[in-house]
Design a protein around this ligand. Sequence first.
Ligand code: PLP
Length: 467
Amino acid sequence: MLSKKVDLEKMDKDQQVQSSTYGTRYFARDVPKYELPEEGMPSRAAYQLIHDELNLDGNPSLNLATFVTTWMEPEARKLIDENLHKNFIDQDEYPKTAEIQDRVVNMLSRLFNAPKEAESVGTSTLGSSEAIMLGLLAHKWSWKKRRQAAGKPYDKPNIVMGIDVHTVWEKFARYFDVEPRIIPMANDRFTITAGEVAGHLDENTICVGGVVGTTFTGQVDPIKDINDLLLEVKEKKGWDIPMHVDAASGGFIAPFAYPELEWDFRLERVKSINVSGHKFGLVYPGVGWLVFRDKPDLPEDLIFHINYLGGEMPSYTLNFSKGSSMMLAQYYNLLRLGKKGYQDIVSNMLGNADYLADLILQGERFELLGAAKSLPVLAFKLKEQKGYTVFDVSEKLREKGWIVPAYTLPRNADDIAVLRVVVKENFSREMAEDLAGDASDSFKELEEVVKKEAAPATRGKKENLIC
Ligand SMILES: Cc1ncc(COP(=O)(O)O)c(C=O)c1O
C-alpha cells in the first residue's frame, strides 16, 4: 500500500477532521486527519479515538485470508510487551537478544536438515519478503563472482521461477535488475515442473526458485525433481545453479506433517531457505528467517561489519533498526512447543482443514483445487456457472463477518477464480460448521437474486402492485 498526500482544498471540512464523539468527556474539538494537530490531547482521549476507529477493521479471528498469526498465548504477549523498547540492532547492548537469534538460526538449520558438516548461517528478518530478497541477492552475487573469475560477461543475470511465486520474487527481479524467467501455470497445473524449468536455464541463471506452500493454492513445487535436474545440468554443462526454497508458509508445516518429503537441505542444490515466523511459525507479524545451507553460500562481501554500536557485529539485512519482540516470541514458541507441540498443532490444523473441505464439498457447489501434501489452505472454485461468481460469494460471506478472499489464478490459469481459506491454529471445527452454514446461506441468497433477475416481468408486476 502506497499512501499519497490528499488535496485538502478539494475536500469538505467534514472529511478533513474526526469529529468529537464523547463531548467534554474526551475532546470537544474536531481533530485533523491529515495535518499534525497544533496541540495534543490527553492520552486516554487519543487511545479512545484510535481504538474506536479501529473497531471498523475486520475481526482478525475471522480473517481467513491471511496466513499470518492472529492469536498467541498471554505469556508470549507479555514477553513481546516487555521487549518492545529493545532495538534489535543494538546487539552489543542487548547481547542476550543477539544470542537468542543465533540459537533460533541453529534450530532452524537443523530442522531443515542442513548437513552435519555444514556451517549454516542465517538471520532474522522482518518477514519472508526481506529474507527472499537477501537470499536471491546472495545468489546473484555468487554468480557474478563465478563469471568474473571465469572472465565471462556478467551483465545479463536471469532467475527462473514459476508464476506460482509470491510477488516479492518479481519485485526482487525488478529492484535488483535480474531478468525474470517465469513459468506459467496451466489449466490443470498450479505449480511448476522440472521439465518446464529445464527449458528456461542457461549459464546466466543465478538461481531457481521453488515454493513449499504457494500463496495461490497452498501446493508444493516438485523441489526434489528440480534439484535432480540442477545436479544433472551441473554435471553435463558445468552450470552451477543453486536453488532457493521459499518456505514462507510451508517451512513450519512440512517438517512436522511430511517429514519424509525432501524439500530442504537434504537436497544438495538447495542453498538457501526462507520461512515466515509470523505464518505457521505461530508468531505475530514482524518476523521471518533466512538460512543458508553453508557459510560460503553467503558471499563475505555482502556482510557488513559495523562497530559504531560498540563491539564488532556482522550484519546481513536490508534495514537497520527493528524491534526485538517478535524474534524473541519465535524463540518462546520453539521452547514452549518443541517438535511435539508444533506437530500437534500442525496435525490439528490439517485435520480442521479436511473437516472444513468435507463440509463445503457436501454442498456440491465447489470443487477443491489440488490437495496432496500441502498446507492447511483450501482453494475452491465453483463447479458450475450459475449466474454468480466466487467474488459474489466472498462479498456475501463478508456481510456475515467472514473474510474469505476471491481472486483469479495467474497466467494460463487466469480463467479460474477461487476462494481461499487459510485454516490457522485458532480456527475450530465449530467455526468450520458456521462458515459452511454461512456459505450455504450465501449460495441460496445469490441463487434467489439470480432467479429474480431472470424473471424481470414478474418483478415488474409486483413492483406495480406495491405502487
Ligand atoms: C509463498 C510466499 N512467499 C513469500 C511471502 C511474503 O512473506 P512475508 O509476508 O512474510 O513478507 C508470502 C506471503 O504470503 C508467501 O505466501
